[in-house]
Design a protein around this ligand. Sequence first.
Ligand SMILES: Cc1cc2nc3c(=O)[nH]c(=O)nc-3n(C[C@H](O)[C@H](O)[C@H](O)COP(=O)(O)OP(=O)(O)OC[C@H]3O[C@@H](n4cnc5c(N)ncnc54)[C@H](O)[C@@H]3O)c2cc1C
Length: 384
Amino acid sequence: MPKASEEARTQILATVREFVRRDVTPVASQHDEAGPYPSDLVDKMAEMGLFGITIPEEYGGLGLDYTTYAMVFEELARGWLSLTGPIGTHSILSYAINKYGTEDQKREWLPKLASGEMRAGLALTEPGSGSDVASLRTTAVRQGDHFVVTGNKLFITNGRRGNVFMLLARTDPDPSSSHRGISAFIAEKGPGFTAGRDLDKLGYRGVDTSELVFQDYRVPAGRVIGLQEGQGFYQVMDALETGRINIAARAVGVATAAFEAAIQYAQKRVTFGRPIAERQAIQFMLADMATKIQAARLMTYDAAAKKDSGERFDLEAAMAKLFASEMCAQVTMDAMRVHGGYGYIKDLPIERYYREAPLMIIGEGTNEIQRLVIARNLLKKYQV
Ligand SMILES: Cc1cc2nc3c(=O)[nH]c(=O)nc-3n(C[C@H](O)[C@H](O)[C@H](O)COP(=O)(O)OP(=O)(O)OC[C@H]3O[C@@H](n4cnc5c(N)ncnc54)[C@H](O)[C@@H]3O)c2cc1C
């Protein structure tokens, strides 16, 4: 992917920052607590072109690079993590079509995805299959020029609001076919494909995470991504690597918001006659928080830069996602410590940041799975 010009990057970041400052931060906690779905904010994100950040300009997107993509996710998460949901898994389908789709598929889908006219998601996880992707049980059986899909998906971001999904289903019924028996479809909602129940969540609230139900859903054979049957596992694993960059960036954004709240509060809160910011115990906590955030940010940008230069980046993306998400959990907890009792109640956003942090540990492959990826890479690199 070509590097975004400095000017294009500066411009989009300034626009997103202003949007977050003016429209998001003042209402985030209230929206997160009580809903409803923030249609107005999501529509503004579509107007800014955020549904097509990395989609090439020839297909109607902004054509920006993954470093800029990471920075945009960081800024949004700083305001309200939930707003990264509608564009996060949307970008997974866009990525897969752009990289693996046929020219006809790109021309048909990418412009609608870039404008936000179509809202996408990733239909991968099932009630019995999360980390172990190859064990998924949703089936797609060929009948003439269609596949008939039956099965259930769970935890699907944009599940209710989205209208098109990267759907992973088993096209080879032989269980020994494992990874090679899975295909990826561009699946548009319609008869036989509906949203089931919405899931109530600890954090990342206000946007939909739902069950999806497929009952004799007919999808044209022409919607297998790239017309490459049996390649879905590899396509989705590749797409999820870019997703790990956005998860790491989200963690940096949430942690930054928590840190900034803590350093401001520490200078105002007086105990025993002095602001707590004058106590070394608090200063050390703030220093550690800022240092870890900076390390996570640089790891995230490094993974994104490798992706932009066309190098392999699976190791760097897994490390960034692992480090940034664990860092975010620690920093949001420390921000709560700095705030004392005020951090625990809903008058301030600290408790929200703390509830948001675990998503980054679980999403786009849990941190145990990241450690497996990292260890596999290292053992290969240092093979004796
Ligand atoms: C809010 C939210 C939004 C989500 N959005 C989407 C979405 O849009 N699309 C989608 O497809 N999915 C989505 N997911 C699902 C998410 O990707 C999965 O929850 C995640 O991959 C883990 O799968 P699981 O929940 O089945 O846990 P499991 O795979 O059952 O894992 C349970 C525990 O065992 C550990 N574990 C599993 N296997 C191993 C192993 N081999 N070695 C060591 N430890 C292991 C895991 O790390 C974890 O700690 C979302 C989840 C959440 C909570």
